[in-house]
Design a protein. Structure first.
Length: 533
């Protein structure tokens, strides 16, 4: 028996030596084995397995903008380990993937090159349709057409055709087989009236994205045929926009509701309901003159299960069609003292940007790119005075350990509000923090671009805004805990660079990534209960 055990140990020793040498000498040519990474139409990342039992690491990255504030080209946001050669991805943000392999004694072979999800990172960008109308799923005469969001698109151009276009992936409307086009589309979906073309033998559609100036972002999408069945009921309700959303996203204190608009409807009514043990009860009804979003002016403070829905109304307030489906909100209010970092301010912190995106679009929120969790206590439209006035009601119940503050931009724009007034209000916010054992960290205010603000919002900016900005930011820079973000957004004229904010006020995706990178670099300014942060 002892001889058998000794023999077995010798065999095991040689097996381990063989495994070690196989992995460390690259005897099986791991380093030259191609990964052959691809992403399938059903959002599955696949790759070629190595000719050896391996554990695979799938790293998910976002690409950082080229800015002095950021040194790394890519930011790692997630790791996943699997013995399989597949990984289900969520088409949400412009993301990139890299594969690594491990054997018994560590890394083997080379890391794969970065593979981007072509829906959001293709060159050129080609919009990807979501809705497909075929024989098994025919369209009504007024169907919704939905496609994946094109990053940084401000609006879209839809074209209907009776046959193939002149250029399948061009940037111009087709002169051949053209039926209809529209640029009045500010979400990644719309309802279209096909009844004028019911007699056409074939109907096709395609879409392209446009920037602030109407320049194309990428090219037209691949032509999609629409099979129509007039017997299919026409949808008479808005479509909830649950596409391209980040799983597990946290609702900000002031909710924002998004939908795909109904055809020829510009007024909507949004209803917020709460689940009780016996029924759903309406807690508020909001009327909005907006095509596709509603900013709730009341904070959602209490834990519970909520629902919201929307319907179209005419100018007199009469309902058009039906209520949309219900959208569930499971809201878990943070407990007092259980919040390490809360963010506070106006729309720059609340979220949204690039003109057409609201705080519900989390890719336009700098908190999405932070290395640590936060709760969002910001409110769009706030001046520094408005933020001060709601501090006790909106901040104190959560008793955050740290409060990251960026407010005063809207005051900066107003020629009736002086720099001294803004500073006095920021001082009061800071004092309220100190009086309530909250550690305040202020960010400097961002520059403005008055010409773009005027073009987009048709509002004027205080001509003296630059002097006010300098005075306010000099005060913020004098504070013991501050984060200076302003210099990274300036153009050659000292205005907000358009590449970071087409509307001259709200940073876009690149701008929000820059903000997050600077904050991440200054994590030492926060007070952490966990010293490892």
């Amino acid at each position: 028996m002892k001889k058998f055990m000794a023999f077995s140990l010798i065999i095991l020793y040689f097996v381990i030596i063989c495994i070690f040498l196989t992995e460390k000498t690259d005897a099986l040519s791991f380093k030259t084995t191609p990964w052959n990474i691809r992403i399938t139409n059903d959002s599955l990342l696949t790759w070629q397995k190595l000719p050896y039992p391996s554990l695979y690491e799938v790293d998910t990255f976002i690409k950082n903008p080229n800015n002095p504030a950021i040194k790394e080209k890519y930011k790692l946001v997630k790791k996943h380990f699997t013995f399989n050669n597949t990984y289900a991805i969520a088409p949400i943000l412009p993301t990139y993937y890299q594969i690594k392999a491990y054997g018994m004694f560590g890394r083997i072979g080379q890391s794969s090159s970065f593979k981007g999800d072509t829906i959001f990172t293709g060159k050129p960008l080609i919009p990807t349709p979501i809705t497909i109308y075929n024989k098994n799923n025919p369209a009504s005469l007024r169907p919704y057409l939905i496609w994946h969001t094109v990053p940084n698109a401000v609006y879209y151009q839809l074209e209907l055709l009776s046959g193939p276009p002149d250029d399948p992936h061009g940037i111009k409307l087709s002169q051949t087989n053209h039926l209809y086009s529209s640029e009045n589309i500010f979400t990644h979906g719309c309802q279209v009236d096909l009844s004028p073309y019911e007699k056409e033998k074939h109907i096709f559609w395609r879409i392209r994205a446009l920037d602030f100036h109407g320049n194309p972002i990428g090219v037209f999408s691949t032509l999609q045929k629409i099979i129509i069945n007039p017997a299919v009921p026409v949808p008479h309700k808005p479509l909830l926009d649950n596409y391209d959303t980040i799983p597990g996203r946290k609702m900000p204190l002031y909710p924002v509701y998004n939908w795909i608009p109904m055809l020829n409807t510009t007024h909507y009514e949004v209803e917020l309901l709460k689940q009780t043990p016996t029924s759903l009860i309406t807690i508020e009804t909001l009327k909005v003159n907006d095509l596709f979003s509603c900013y709730d002016k009341k904070p959602l403070m209490k834990k519970g299960t909520y629902y919201w829905r929307v319907r179209g109304i005419d100018a007199k307030g009469t309902a058009l069609g039906e209520w949309s489906d219900l959208q569930k909100i499971n809201y878990t209010a943070p407990t007092a003292g259980g919040v390490t970092i809360a963010t506070f301010g106006d729309s720059i912190t609340h979220g949204g940007g690039n003109i057409s995106y609201s705080p519900a679009n989390m890719e336009y929120n700098y908190q999405t790119y932070l290395d640590f969790p936060t709760i969002n206590l910001a409110k769009s439209g706030d001046t520094s005075r408005m933020a001060l006035d709601r501090f006790d009601h909106d901040v104190l119940p959560f008793a955050p350990r740290n409060l990251l503050i960026l407010c005063g931009t809207n005051s900066l724009r107003d020629e009736n509000i002086s720099a001294d007034t803004i500073i006095a209000e920021l001082q009061k916010i800071r004092q309220k923090c100190l009086d309530n054992n909250i550690h305040p960290v202020f960010m400097t205010l961002l520059p403005l671009n008055p010409a773009n603000i005027k073009s987009v919002f048709n509002t004027n900016t205080d001509p003296d805004w630059k002097n006010k900005l300098k005075k306010v930011n000099d005060y913020i820079l004098s504070l013991p805990c501050h984060i200076d973000i302003e210099p990274y957004f300036l153009d050659e004229n000292g205005n907000m660079a358009e590449k970071y904010s087409p509307d001259g006020l709200h940073p876009n995706i690149a701008g929000k990534k820059i903000m997050a990178a600077i904050i991440n670099r200054n994590k030492n300014l926060f007070i952490w209960s966990d010293p490892n942060n």
